[in-house]
Design a protein around this ligand. Structure first.
Ligand code: HEM
Length: 468
């Protein structure tokens, strides 16, 4: 109900409706009705098709075999259909799933996405009961799993080092050089091999990432990032698996030495000279950066699939390299990859008190889920839902617009979004600079609606030199 409908109601109802629209609690004496709870059948369907696939893929690091299997059944398209059904049946929601004593609330209305993300960390806490044990395996003091008090110092520190508000970080020029060198090396390998597959791409990607985060001397330190990968695999099991404190200590000690030794032009060098008030734990912020660059690699591979199957996109990127070195179109292509196939599909919050939603209540301690694919792919509200539409990102997006939230939004929005877009767009453009890449084994990306799921690990490209 919108405020303009209020006039036609009796005064008490009008008052309740106006407060509800503003998400205020009911007045004393007014019965507070709970938000709708999904039927047993709808709960089972939402669990099987929305919640479980997210967990099965691996929340902290992906399980490639599961990703491949979910790709074959176009799992995210099914999940979006289930969410649309829930909205049709229960209204704007959020709709609650009752799981034993626990409540999980699925956000269904675009305005509620903004409300939840703007209301972080209170009443919507980001350090949810899932994240704390999962991230504790490798970064117990990282900002993402920090309580609201710790967040007050750690969040500004992350923003300061990652220069969140700047489109191009101060290490931008150096980053461009690193990318140019590493992609040139990859191109050299491709002279002898005729396929660029995900594994090859990702080896180059990690060299770039280690140089950008930890400096040139860390370029080949696979041992460090492999150790993190092992700990992240443990993280997928959250509290079901005890933390391996020995491995975690070895990883964090090795990381601290790398941060100490990092050359100028890296994020770690910026970290060293950024003031860190007590409680910041600077080194423990870095695993999140490395871990999150992994997702950026998947987004890059999928962006490459989009660019190489859409007429004119690669040519436009090449052109941009010469005319607009900040690559606005390249960044928009990566954002489209993330809109179409979000690498963080579920943004999670726990409520720390009772909250009111259009006059109906949600209990304290409820887990709130913003399922990004629903908002990114809802063809009832977004005409571009299933096609490649970089133009969505080529203009400033207003706060209250339809939520496209690959990097989340509000007060906990990803502080690494700009550095992510800088590095990925540079690699993307350099990859097509001298080659036309032909996407193999994957029909249907260039015509018709794009699939709901795209397994990045299976992507393969055949390079054709431009002058050949
Ligand atoms: C494709 C790449 C990436 C995506 C899609 C992504 C997305 C996200 C999302 C959705 C969140 C959760 C925010 C929330 O709970 O509301 C987040 C948090 C965060 N991201 Fe990223 N991220 C990416 C890469 C990066 C990189 C490369 C860095 C650092 C260099 C980074 C640093 C962080 C940090 C520190 C947080 C925690 C913020 C907080 O809790 O306040 N991210 N990111």
């Amino acid at each position: 109900m919108t405020p303009e409908h209020v006039d036609h109601l009796d005064p008490a109802a009008a008052d309740a409706a106006a407060r509800a629209a503003a998400h205020e609690p009911p007045s004393p004496g007014e019965a507070a009705e709970e938000l709708p709870v999904a039927s047993a059948a709808d709960t089972a369907r939402a669990l099987a098709q929305v919640v479980l696939p997210v967990a099965a893929r691996g929340a902290i690091t992906r399980r490639p075999r599961v990703v491949g299997a979910l790709d074959r059944v176009d799992a995210d398209a099914r999940a979006v259909t289930v969410m649309q059904h829930l909205r049709d049946r229960y209204g704007p929601g959020p709709v609650q799933l009752r799981l034993g004593a626990r409540r999980v609330a699925l956000v269904l209305d675009p305005s509620d996405v903004h409300r939840v993300l703007d209301g972080t960390p209170e009443p919507f806490r980001a350090d949810t009961r899932e994240k704390r044990p999962a991230l504790g395996h490798f970064q117990p003091e990282g900002v993402l799993a920090s309580d609201p008090g710790q967040r007050e110092v750690r969040r500004p520190f992350n923003e300061a080092v990652l220069q969140s508000g700047r489109t191009v970080h101060e290490i931008g020029d150096r980053t461009r050089d690193v990318v140019r060198e590493e992609v040139a090396g990859l191109r050299e390998q491709l002279r002898h091999d005729d396929v660029l597959d995900f594994d090859r791409l990702v080896r180059t990607w990690w060299r770039v990432v280690r140089r950008v985060v930890l400096g040139d001397s860390a370029r080949d330190d696979d041992a460090l990032t492999d150790r993190l990968l092992r700990l992240r695999r443990h993280g997928n099991w959250a509290y079901l698996r005890p933390a391996d404190a020995g491995l975690r200590d070895r990883f964090l000690t090795g990381l601290a030495s790398r941060v100490e030794a990092a050359e100028e032009g890296s994020l770690a060098a910026v970290l060293r000279r950024t003031p860190a008030p007590p409680g910041t734990e600077p080194v423990q912020q870095v695993p999140q950066w490395l871990f999150a660059f992994d997702a950026a690699g998947w987004a890059l591979a999928r962006a490459l699939a989009l660019v190489t199957t859409h007429e004119g996109a690669a040519a436009r990127l090449r052109d941009e390299l010469g005319t607009a070195p900040d690559l606005p179109y390249g960044r928009a292509c990566v954002l489209e990859s993330l809109r179409l196939w979000p690498t963080t599909p579920a943004i999670l919050r726990d409520t720390d008190r009772e909250t009111s939603w259009r006059g109906r209540t949600m209990r304290a301690g409820t887990s709130v889920v913003v399922f990004a694919p629903f908002f990114h792919r809802d063809d009832a509200t977004l005409p571009q839902a299933h096609r490649f539409a970089p133009e969505l990102w080529l203009r400033e997006r207003g706060h209250d617009e339809h939520p496209l939230v690959p990097f989340s939004g509000g007060t906990a929005i990803c502080p690494g979004r700009n550095i992510t877009l800088l590095v990925t767009s540079q690699v993307l453009a350099r990859l097509v600079e001298e080659h036309d890449l032909e996407l193999l084994d994957r029909s249907g990306l260039s015509d018709g609606p794009l699939p709901g799921t795209l397994d990045p690990f299976g992507l393969r490209f055949r390079p054709h030199p431009l002058d050949g």
